[in-house]
Design a protein around this ligand. Structure first.
Ligand SMILES: Nc1ncnc2c1ncn2[C@@H]1O[C@H](COP(=O)(O)OP(=O)(O)OP(=O)(O)O)[C@@H](O)[C@H]1O
Ligand SMILES: [Mg+2]
Length: 353
């Protein structure tokens, strides 16, 4: 049976193009028309560079495939079309033969990030369950250990007392860790009130500058038109403090932390099965440190992922959980020149929350 692939081609849910030998667009599917905001007629027969831009990552990937590479995949590249930015996408180019290549783009939508953020939330839930069990299993023997160390202390020389002090201190450290992990389970969104994010950022900045970020230089750019968000001020404060702490720890000698707020009333998020949600409040915390280590980049929001000798790896897991509890999103961009965490939050809509 001979089968026409045309309906399948047209129905592909992501933009796809066939590019002929001289870089001419030979075919486009429906999703490509939507993504590029141009019709088939406008695109067929025209040069790809005319739309994608000379020297663009897309042109480069196509040239590599036409030059002999079987398949080229670029992750998270900036894609433009007709001089307009179209956001980040994964770009894949595969050779079809005779100089022809198939160009596919997988745009990274905010919904995609939201999905990931929900995944982190599940990770946090599994931590909560484990924490409850651990807390129970660890606390009792721990109390026994520090109690016994205290009893021992009485009959010992000063030198040996130092050792019992180590036992007590370390037992306390384990106890603190258990409490911190356990806090995951107990924390919900709590009381929801209107929160002025600039007050929160100021409080976090003052705490940071007086302590762990004393060696950092702060810059900010606040959008004064931002209305209050809906949530718990204390929890949002923890979010900002965790981000500032990571930024300060990434630059142990000195560095710059830039905090920017923006109001984008157009930003909407739609998830399957849920009504679309508006997340117009954006907070960005950027540092000029060395960037997140590639080995953990995909898992930074997972609990217990840390590259620090004394880190618990719970900071960003907590950030992610609090943001999910607030109906918001967190994502991050990082390279060798620094790291930026971006928070998107909803607006306070009166008592209906
Ligand atoms: N701004 C940043 N620059 C570079 N790396 C970062 C940055 N923020 C986070 N990371 C990396 O992500 C890891 C996880 O961060 P997270 O805050 O979850 O845990 P932690 O800072 O290691 O420990 P804790 O927050 O419990 O003290 C860090 O160990 C670090 O490697
Ligand atoms: Mg941290």
């Amino acid at each position: 049976m001979k089968r026409s692939f045309e309906p399948i081609w047209l129905a592909l849910p992501f933009p796809a193009f066939v590019i002929a030998a001289e870089g001419v667009i030979a075919e486009v599917n429906d999703a490509a028309e939507g993504f590029c905001m141009a019709s088939r007629k406008q695109m067929l027969g025209r040069l790809l560079v005319h739309f994608a831009g000379v020297g663009s990552a897309v042109e480069d990937a196509v040239a590599q495939a036409q030059g002999g590479m079987r398949s080229v995949v670029l992750h998270d590249v900036k894609v433009g079309w007709g001089g307009q930015a179209r956001g980040l996408a994964n770009v894949q180019v595969t050779r079809l033969g005779e100089g022809e290549v198939l160009l596919m783009m997988h745009p990274r939508s905010i919904a995609d990030k939201m999905d990931r953020s929900l995944l982190h939330r599940n990770a946090a839930r599994s931590v909560a369950g484990m924490a409850a069990m651990l807390a129970h299993e660890i606390r009792n023997p721990l109390a026994g250990i520090s109690g016994a160390a205290q009893l021992l202390r009485g009959g010992l020389s000063a030198e040996d007392q130092e050792l019992t002090a180590v036992i007590e201190d370390e037992a306390k450290r384990i106890g603190d860790l258990v409490n911190r992990v356990e806090a995951f389970g107990e924390m919900g969104p709590g009381v929801i009130e209107p929160v002025n994010i600039h007050d929160i950022i100021d409080r976090a900045k003052r705490a940071a500058a007086a302590g762990f970020a004393a060696h950092m230089h702060f810059k900010d750019a606040f959008d004064p038109s931002i209305p209050p968000t809906a949530g718990s001020a204390d929890q949002l404060l923890q979010v900002i403090i965790n981000l500032l702490k990571n930024a300060a720890e990434a630059s142990p000698n000195s560095g710059v932390i830039t905090i920017k707020t923006t109001f984008r009333p157009g930003v909407k998020l739609s998830l399957p099965g849920k009504r679309s949600q508006s997340l117009p409040i954006e907070i960005s915390v950027r540092d000029n440190g060395p960037g997140i280590a590639l080995s953990i980049l995909d898992d930074v929001f997972e609990p217990f992922v840390s590259t620090k000798a004394s880190g618990t790896g719970l900071g960003l897991a907590l950030v992610s959980k609090i943001m999910a509890d607030h109906g918001g999103v967190v994502d991050c961009k990082t390279d060798a020149n620094g790291t930026e965490f971006r928070l998107l939050l909803p607006v306070w809509k009166g008592e209906e929350h």
